[in-house]
Design a protein around this ligand. Structure first.
Ligand SMILES: [Fe+2]
Length: 364
């Protein structure tokens, strides 16, 4: 191995990006006055053609002699207005304000029925993890729901990270997984039926899993950024279970400690995960169980996402004439999921005893 590549970068090492400009004076003024950079060096004194400026954790070497139009800079600042600017040398500057809330695209509802049919439903991702996309349409890019399977357990190659999201939860379907969250104490194990609500930007890490771990992960927006966290190590020394993360609290739901209570549809019982209280009603998630013959009739709902995932058993799902102008009836069994749109008039008849399913509802 090359000796240089084996060394880590020392704290005093620096790097500069060379940004060409035709008019150094104009470009330098823009970086200092409009963007808040500061001058580190300028040369030569009598007729400057090179200046080094720094700001936003970045050092730039502005150098006379060309156009900077092929350079694109992204500056992150909580104190500046999010906008895109053009510097006098042609360089594009995108200012990103991370304190501005996550914006969701326009919701495009549709009835999505995703059966668990064959191995073809799965794609193989990083580190042998298998993924099933439960809402391929993503409802316009607003929601993603994934069925994730880790065939071989052991340590998970993860690092402390966080996500810019509006909603994210993980439900353990089978197997177990050890996880750790910022300000929520020591690492803990999620067993089948347990779930967590990951509020926006909470630092977390997945540590290890059993063989054949299966989880359901639901998030909004469908495409979101994941940031590595280099400053905070987990577990954190402090315990703050009530900490507010952008209006949400962390939830760790332990199924075994939660009673089954009558649900809003007669003949069904539910275990409430507590996500409704932790999100002030923005979202909810319950595990529901019912015996053969129980019928759930729903005409319209007022949420942006109504997501059902059959954990065990089977049911007959029927919709009225509102969806694609035709009546549809389908048997959904273990591993199948449904997303009825808000104006969908549907009926779910349980066809196997001890059927269990997950119901997640989210409003924007
Ligand atoms: Fe994560």
């Amino acid at each position: 191995m090359n000796q240089n590549s084996a060394k880590t970068v020392a704290a005093q090492d620096v790097a500069e990006v060379v940004v060409p400009c035709l008019d150094l004076d104009q470009t330098l003024s823009f970086f200092i006055e409009s963007l808040g950079f500061r001058v580190e060096m300028i040369t030569p004194a009598d007729s400057p053609n090179t200046a080094i400026v720094s700001g936003y954790g970045l050092r730039l070497c502005l150098r006379s002699g060309g156009s900077g139009k092929d350079i694109f800079l992204r500056l992150h600042s909580k104190d500046r207005t999010a906008q895109t600017l053009q510097a006098p040398n042609g360089t594009t500057i995108e200012i990103i304000n991370p304190s501005v809330g996550v914006e969701l695209p326009e919701l495009r509802e549709s009835l999505v029925i995703t059966p668990l049919t064959s191995d073809a439903s799965w794609t193989v991702g990083r580190a042998g993890m298998r993924y099933r996309d439960l809402i391929p349409s993503r409802l316009g890019g607003v929601f993603i729901a994934s069925h994730i399977h880790i065939p071989s357990g052991g340590p998970v190659p993860d690092y402390v990270h966080y996500h810019r999201i509006k909603f994210q939860m993980i439900y353990c379907k089978s197997g177990w997984v050890r996880v750790v969250y910022e300000d929520q104490g020591d690492s803990f194990v999620m067993q089948a039926g347990d779930c967590v609500l990951q509020p926006p930007e909470i630092r977390h890490r997945v540590l290890e899993s059993s063989d054949n771990l299966e989880v359901i992960e639901i998030g909004a927006p469908a495409e979101h950024e994941t940031f590595a966290e280099h400053q905070i190590t987990l577990p954190t020394a402090q315990l703050k279970p009530d900490r507010d993360f952008s209006g949400q609290r962390f939830v760790r739901h332990v199924a075994e400690q939660t009673p089954w209570l009558p649900w809003r549809h007669s003949g069904f019982e539910a275990r409430n995960t507590g996500i409704d209280a932790a999100t002030s009603g923005m979202a909810s998630a319950v595990t529901v169980q019912a015996k053969q013959g129980a019928v759930l009739s729903q005409s319209k709902h007022d949420r942006d996402l109504m997501f059902l995932f059959i954990l065990n058993g089977s049911a007959k799902f029927e919709v009225g004439g509102q969806v694609d102008g035709q009546k549809e009836s389908v048997i959904v069994s273990t591993g199948s999921s449904l997303t009825p749109p808000h104006d969908c008039n549907y009926r779910l008849e349980i066809t196997t005893d001890n059927t269990e399913f997950l119901v997640v509802e989210v409003a924007q």
